[in-house]
Write a protein that binds this ligand. Structure first.
Ligand code: CA
Length: 228
């Protein structure tokens, strides 16, 4: 899951980034309301965390602009304490949820999980492909009921991305878009490296391989080996 965080206070932005990265989100931070449109045009974000008090253009105006342009990703607004009117106006501007500062990072990540579930086809925290189950709340995977060795943060996002699109071939570019933030070095072999380490954890020792390479196109996770 890839998140755009719009927050101008460096300390708050750093805290949110760290908290989300620990939960295996790919995070980009932008500190000015005027730059948000350019960012959402250049990458696919699953969620947006939007502060209301921003330089350039405030969060409410940004939210209205995004929705007016048909932008559908869930938006969680951050509001100042006691600014009850902000919350109401925020929801009216097209935000899906709001959180009052100060908040615990655990509450932010729980709200984001709930928003992501509301969007996706699955309403439960578990994703399943064949006998592989991924719990998006605990970040733990199991196959055939047996727990899989702990996934690194990038392995987790990669697996989650594949499992949210079962049987579908994802190109390298699509994977980069979902899994990495703007710091990704294009041309690097990172995806191949992570696919390979994921295979060791998910498929090694199983006759039935779930992670499939589709030559020249990309990667897919599927329970059906005869798909071509
Ligand atoms: Ca702010």
């Amino acid at each position: 899951m890839r998140v755009l965080v719009v927050e101008d206070e460096p300390r708050m932005a750093a805290l949110i980034r760290q908290g989300l990265e620990e939960e295996a989100y790919a995070v980009d931070v932008v500190d000015n309301g005027l730059e948000v449109l350019a960012w959402v045009d250049s990458a696919v974000y699953n969620l947006v965390v939007l502060d209301i008090m921003l330089p350039g253009l405030d969060g409410l105006a940004v939210c209205r602009d995004l929705r007016a342009r048909g932008y559908t990703a869930p938006i969680l607004m951050l509001t100042a304490r006691d600014a009850i009117n902000d919350r109401v106006v925020g929801l009216d501007a097209g935000a899906d949820d709001y959180l009052v500062k100060p908040f615990a990072i655990e509450e932010l990540t729980a709200r984001l999980r709930a928003l992501a579930r509301r969007e996706g086809p699955s309403k439960t925290p578990e994703l399943q492909v064949g006998d592989l189950v991924l719990d998006t709340a605990t970040k733990r995977a199991s196959r055939g009921g047996k727990p899989i060795e702990t996934l690194t943060s990038k392995e987790y996002i990669l697996l989650e991305t594949l499992m949210r699109h079962p049987d579908q071939v994802l190109s390298r570019d699509q994977i980069i878009d979902h899994v990495w933030n703007m710091e990704f070095e294009s041309g690097s072999k990172l995806i191949e490296v992570y696919i390979s380490s994921l295979r060791k954890k998910i498929d090694a020792g199983h006759d039935h391989k779930l992670i499939q390479t589709v030559r020249g196109l990309g990667y897919r996770i599927s329970d059906n080996e005869s798909l071509s």
